[in-house]
Design a protein around this ligand. Structure first.
Ligand code: CTP
Ligand code: MN
Ligand code: MN
Ligand code: MN
Length: 363
C-alpha cells in the first residue's frame, strides 16, 4: 500500500518547472474541463484567460491526490474564483454547466475540427467559420475554397494524422531517421523530444532534434535526409524552413515565441508492422492501406545550442513557459531555445540540459 497523500501535506510551487507532474493525471475530470476552457479562449484569441486556464490546469495535473472536496484546492496557486466555481460544480454533479455550454457550442466544435487540420491555423479557421462552414465535410466538398499545399495534404491524410501516433510508431520513425542520418554523418546526435521524451505513450507527432559535433556539418543534414526519404518513397509532404538565427540578437522576451532553427514539417508514410496501430476504429480506406501517414518534425541545431533546443522542445508548453518566467523573474536571465543569457554575459557551450537546470538552481 502507498501511504495516501492528502492535500494538507502538499505544497505546490507556482512554477511548473519546480513541480513533479505524474504521467497519469488522476484529476482528469477537472483538467479536461480547464483544457476546454483554455482552448475556447484560444479560439477567441483571448490570451490572458487562455494562459490562466492552462496554468491552472497544469497545477491540477501535478497533484498527487484526487480532488474530493473544495478544501483540497483552497491553497493552490493560480486558481481563480471562476475556476473554483467550475471545480465545485464538477465535485457536485460530475460536470460543469459552464464547460458543457462551451463544449456543445457550434463555434467551439467547428474550431476544434478546423484547427486540427495540418496547415490550418486560427486565421483560416475564423475565415471558414465566417463563410458559414461548420464541418469537415463542408470543407472537403466546397468548390470555392483554395487550399495551400500543406492544407491539401492535411485534408488528404486527416484521419491518419488525427489518430494518435503510438510509441511503437515513434520508435520506428526514430530508427528510420537515425539509420539515414548516420549513413552520411556517423557522429550525428539524434534525439526524440516532445511528448515522447516526457514519457507519454501517444502523441500527435514525432519531434526529432538533430546536431553533430563537427561544426557546419549540420547544415546539409536536413536536405540530405529528406532526399533519402524521398528516394525511399516515404515522403507524403515536406516543408523546409531555413534557419533565421541571428547571434547578435538576445533571446526573445516573448515566452511563447518560436525559435529560429532550420526545420521541416513532414508527413511520412510508415509501414504498419501490425494490424492494430489505430487507437480508434479505423475507417475503410485506413484499414485497406498497408501504411499510415505520420506527422514528423525534424529540427537541426548547431552543436553549441543543442542543450537549449532539447530543453525547449521537450515541453510541456506550460513547463517551457514557466521555465522562461522563472529564469526572468527569479534569476534575472533570459532563456529561449537557443541560449541562456545572464544580461550581458552570454553562456555558451552547455552540453547538458542539467547545466542549464543547475544554473537556474532547479532540478
Ligand atoms: N515547440 C517549440 N517551437 C516550435 C514548436 C514546438 O519550441 N516551433 C515546443 C513546444 O513548446 C513543445 C515541444 O516543442 O514543448 C513539442 O511540441 P508539440 O509537438 O506541439 O507538442 P508535444 O508536447 O510533443 O505534444 P504532442 O504529443 O501533441 O505532439
Ligand atoms: Mn509533439
Ligand atoms: Mn501538440
Ligand atoms: Mn511537433
Amino acid at each position: 500500500f502507498n501511504t495516501p497523500v492528502s492535500s494538507s501535506c502538499v505544497r505546490v510551487s507556482p512554477y511548473a518547472c519546480q513541480r513533479r507532474t505524474p504521467l497519469r493525471d488522476i484529476n482528469r475530470i477537472f483538467t479536461d474541463a480547464f483544457d476546454i476552457m483554455a482552448e475556447n479562449y484560444e479560439f477567441w484569441e483571448s490570451k490572458g484567460p487562455r494562459v490562466a486556464y492552462q496554468r491552472a490546469s497544469a497545477v491540477l495535473k501535478s497533484l498527487p491526490f484526487p480532488i474530493v472536496t473544495m478544501k483540497d484546492v483552497e491553497d493552490l496557486p493560480h486558481l481563480r474564483e471562476e475556476m473554483k466555481y467550475i471545480i465545485e460544480e464538477i465535485i457536485e454533479d460530475r460536470k460543469s454547466s459552464k464547460v458543457e455550454e462551451v463544449r456543445s457550442s457550434e463555434r467551439y466544435k467547428s474550431f476544434k475540427i478546423f484547427t486540427s487540420i495540418f496547415g490550418v491555423g486560427l486565421k483560416t479557421t475564423e475565415k471558414w467559420y465566417r463563410m458559414g462552414y461548420r464541418t469537415l465535410e463542408d470543407i472537403t466538398s466546397s468548390n470555392c475554397l483554395k487550399f495551400t499545399s500543406m492544407q491539401k495534404h492535411g485534408l488528404l491524410y486527416y484521419e491518419d494524422i488525427a489518430s494518435y501516433v503510438t510509441k511503437k510508431e515513434a520508435d520506428a520513425v526514430e530508427r528510420l531517421i537515425k539509420t539515414i542520418i548516420w549513413g552520411f554523418v556517423s557522429d550525428a546526435i539524434v534525439t526524440v523530444t516532445g511528448g515522447f521524451r516526457r514519457g507519454k505513450n501517444i502523441g500527435h507527432d514525432v519531434d526529432i532534434l538533430i546536431t553533430c559535433p563537427q561544426k557546419r556539418d549540420e547544415i546539409q543534414i536536413l536536405h540530405k535526409t529528406i532526399n533519402s526519404l524521398k528516394k525511399m518513397n516515404l515522403v507524403l509532404f515536406h516543408d523546409i524552413v531555413e534557419s533565421t538565427f541571428d547571434d547578435t540578437k538576445r533571446p526573445s522576451r516573448y515566452v511563447d515565441s518560436l525559435d529560429h532553427f532550420q526545420k521541416s514539417f513532414l508527413i511520412l508514410q510508415l509501414q504498419k508492422e501490425e494490424e492494430n496501430t489505430y487507437i480508434h476504429k479505423p475507417n475503410k480506406s485506413e484499414a485497406q492501406r498497408s501504411w499510415k501517414a505520420i506527422r514528423v518534425d525534424l529540427v537541426v541545431t548547431p552543436y553549441e545550442q543543442y542543450a537549449f533546443a532539447i530543453l525547449g522542445w521537450t515541453g510541456s508548453q506550460q513547463f517551457e513557459r514557466d521555465l522562461r518566467r522563472f529564469a526572468s523573474h527569479e534569476k534575472k536571465m533570459m532563456l529561449d531555445n537557443h541560449a541562456l543569457y545572464d544580461k550581458s554575459k552570454h553562456l555558451q557551450c552547455c552540453e547538458l540540459q542539467m547545466i542549464v537546470y543547475e544554473f537556474l538552481g532547479i532540478g
